[in-house]
Design a protein around this ligand. Structure first.
Ligand SMILES: NC(=O)c1ccc[n+]([C@@H]2O[C@H](COP(=O)([O-])OP(=O)(O)OC[C@H]3O[C@@H](n4cnc5c(N)ncnc54)[C@H](OP(=O)(O)O)[C@@H]3O)[C@@H](O)[C@H]2O)c1
Length: 320
């Protein structure tokens, strides 16, 4: 099968469009024909091996997984022994190790049925970013109706889903994005938009979800109510070795000494979140917006667009 592979950490120069052997499903596995694969910052982390701390999970000297990509949607081709929940022909979405390929294989728990009202491209845009938005707002953030919620990075992959989810939870939402994306963020349901390039962040919030990661804790805490919650979700601003981990650790430590709840977010894929996202998507409460679609063979251009193109919503590869 064709796949985007990588044998050493580095830039997009390390990626190749290659022929490799088809994966085979083992006990408990589902093999799918990939129709679409999501492109998000986790792909960049896999490719560069940065921050270096992440190599403990990704592979110390070289990427442990040769094929890039996680988010996926497709059609079941075969199931291994012990799989009862899926059968050949089912349309599914989820996360796999190596979605930038014609075929992908993972344990059945990593998949859920694709909502019929989502295209394969939309479904492939949902797993990682949707789980992060859902877990960040619902679990870490304990979002409640009528709360004032600030979403920093509201036009991005996670942020644009977080705006929709926060509105679904009946919150009053302020989105922070660049001015060029203001109309897009309003179209997602945001009550107010702040242009981070020209305006100061103002207001008082019960919950802040920070997906940009470049503001000091003190500045974010000053925007919170006395008992408000700050969820630190993203940002690439902490340097090559530890990324934003130091800010997250400081927040967790400080949280013990203040009435404000300060939480670092690590949203790992989990079956419950994937199924909840499928239900929310089926009900029309959340719909991934696709900024641009690239062919599998153009994965390099897709990753470059993610890092430099200021996409609104998500980038997706189509396969086959
Ligand atoms: N903690 C977790 O479990 C988890 C899970 C997924 C992702 N992440 C991390 O979360 C971050 C965001 O992910 P993503 O998929 O949403 O990335 P993305 O699609 O690249 O979106 C990033 C967003 O942040 C905005 N932004 C950039 N600088 C900003 C600033 N100074 N103030 C406000 N907004 C700013 C960008 O807007 P412009 O394009 O207009 O500049 C863009 O909308 C990444 O660092 C990613 O690694 C963490």
């Amino acid at each position: 099968m064709k796949a985007i592979t990588q044998d050493a950490y580095g830039t997009t120069d390390q990626l190749s469009y290659n022929d490799i052997p088809d994966p085979l499903p083992g006990p408990g596995d589902v093999l799918i024909r990939v129709h679409a694969a999501g492109v998000d910052p986790s792909v960049w982390h896999q490719m560069t091996g940065e921050p270096r701390l992440a190599r403990l999970a990704l592979g110390l000297r070289r990427p442990r997984e040769r094929v890039r990509g996680w988010d996926v949607s497709g059609t079941v081709v075969a199931v291994g022994p012990e799989v009862t929940e899926f059968r050949s022909g089912d349309a599914v979405f989820g996360t796999v190790p190596g979605s930038f390929a014609e075929l992908a294989c993972a344990p059945a728990a990593k998949f859920a049925p694709k909502p019929v009202n989502l295209s394969f491209e939309e479904a492939a845009a949902l797993p990682i970013s949707g789980t992060t938005a859902l877990v960040g707002l619902r679990d870490s953030g304990r979002i409640a109706a009528r709360q004032r919620v600030l979403i920093i990075g509201a036009s991005g992959g996670v942020g644009h889903l977080a705006v929709q989810l926060a509105k679904h939870f009946d919150a009053e939402v302020t989105g922070v994005c660049s001015g060029a994306a203001a109309t897009f963020v309003q179209s997602l349901g945001a009550d107010r938009v702040i242009d981070y390039r020209t305006e100061k962040l103002t207001g008082t919030y019960d919950l802040i979800l920070d997906m940009a990661g470049n503001r000091p804790l003190s500045q974010l805490r000053a925007l919170l109510t006395r008992t408000g919650t700050l969820v630190l979700g993203g940002g690439e601003n902490g340097g090559r070795w530890i990324g934003g981990v130091d800010r997250s650790l400081r927040a967790q430590l400080l949280s013990a000494f203040t009435k404000q709840r300060l939480r670092a977010l690590l949203a790992l894929p989990k079956p419950e979140a994937l199924r909840t996202l499928a239900e929310l998507a089926a009900a029309g409460a959340v719909t991934p917006r696709i900024d641009r679609v690239f062919a599998l063979s153009d994965a390099v251009a897709a990753i470059e667009h993610l890092t430099t193109g200021h996409p609104r919503g998500k980038i997706v590869l189509t396969v086959g």
